[in-house]
Design a protein around this ligand. Structure first.
Ligand SMILES: Nc1ncnc2c1ncn2[C@@H]1O[C@H](COP(=O)(O)OP(=O)(O)O)[C@@H](O)[C@H]1O
Ligand SMILES: Cc1ncc(COP(=O)(O)O)c(N)n1
Length: 268
């Protein structure tokens, strides 16, 4: 059994964060585990409250898993504070056999800061050099590089800059650009373009969490980075195509539509 660990925040409404990550790991046939960095009180309309975990419990969650279990890939999402970032860094440094996918989560789609603004530098200094893949969205790539991004050329420039900060592979996601949903993968030498149909849906809660978790699940399964990113793109596209309305705001993507259909229990 391939195992994948998510280090991220809890999203009480289940569309993003730890909950989206574990659903993705399960849907892709891997065994999911979690380290919770923060608990958010969140629904489809917004984030009501955030409680960070203290660094001791973050460290103990990570260490006790590595002490006991072979972990085939790690995904990192919401990390919130400099202290939590440094703790994760010190726990993972040296564990070079385990590929790490870092989704540099900063602000929720509903506009809440999930990374304290003063933690941006620590995120790139401490965690980028540990990452096999970093997956910024347009806004995150702009904050990290200090440059506005309006098109694919801008995404390429940002990918190069983020690679220079130590990430071995960078996927700049184009989910927030107009037109097709095109993401740019850069490995330090070549650009690769992940093209996807844009689905006209408001229900995109947790798309970035799901995409990065799918990359981690495929890396755990032994796929190369370009293969893992390509398969993850297919997975997130299907999950968005089958996303659904929930609550009064931005609904979640659907992780199990293929399995449900096969079992004849798919409920539109
Ligand atoms: N409406 C959409 N239709 C199809 N793909 C989308 C759509 N919105 C986002 N994506 C894709 O979902 C993935 C996550 O991207 P994005 O939504 O930009 O991440 P984030 O949640 O970090 O803002 C990317 O592969 C992106 O291209
Ligand atoms: C705990 C947690 N982690 C990540 C996100 C980002 O997801 P989105 O960008 O879809 O709001 C979130 N809303 N909550």
């Amino acid at each position: 059994m391939k195992t994948v660990l998510t280090i991220a925040g809890s999203d009480s409404c289940g569309g993003a964060g730890i909950q989206a990550d574990l659903k993705t790991f399960s849907a892709l046939g891997t065994y999911g585990m979690s380290v919770i960095t923060a608990v958010t009180a969140q629904n489809t309309m917004g984030v009501i409250n955030v409680r960070e975990m203290d660094v001791e419990i973050v460290r103990d969650q990570i260490d006790c898993l590595f002490d006991d279990i072979m972990i085939h890939a790690v995904k990192i999402g919401m990390v919130s504070s400099v202290e939590i970032i440094e703790t994760i860094g010190s726990c993972l440094r040296g564990r070079t056999d385990t590929p790490i996918v870092l989704d540099p989560v900063m602000v929720s789609k509903s506009g809440c800061h999930l990374l304290r603004p003063e933690s941006t530098e620590a995120l790139s200094k401490v965690l980028f050099p540990l990452a096999e893949v970093v997956t910024p969205n347009l806004f995150e790539a702009e904050v990290i590089t200090g440059q506005k991004i309006n098109n694919i050329d801008g995404m390429e420039e940002a990918a190069v800059k983020i690679h220079d900060l130590g990430a071995r592979n960078v996927v700049v996601k184009g989910g927030h650009l107009a037109g097709d949903a095109v993401d740019v993968l850069y490995d330090g030498l070549h650009f690769d373009y992940l093209k996807g149909t844009r689905f006209d849906t408001p229900n995109t809660h947790g798309t970035g969490c799901t995409f990065s978790s799918a990359i981690a699940a495929y890396l755990a399964g032994g796929f190369s980075v370009p293969e893992a990113v390509r398969e993850a793109k297919k997975y997130i596209s299907g999950a968005i195509e089958n996303s659904f309305a929930l609550g009064h705001g931005v609904g979640p993507t659907h992780h199990f539509y293929a399995l449900y259909r096969k079992a004849g229990v798919y409920n539109e």
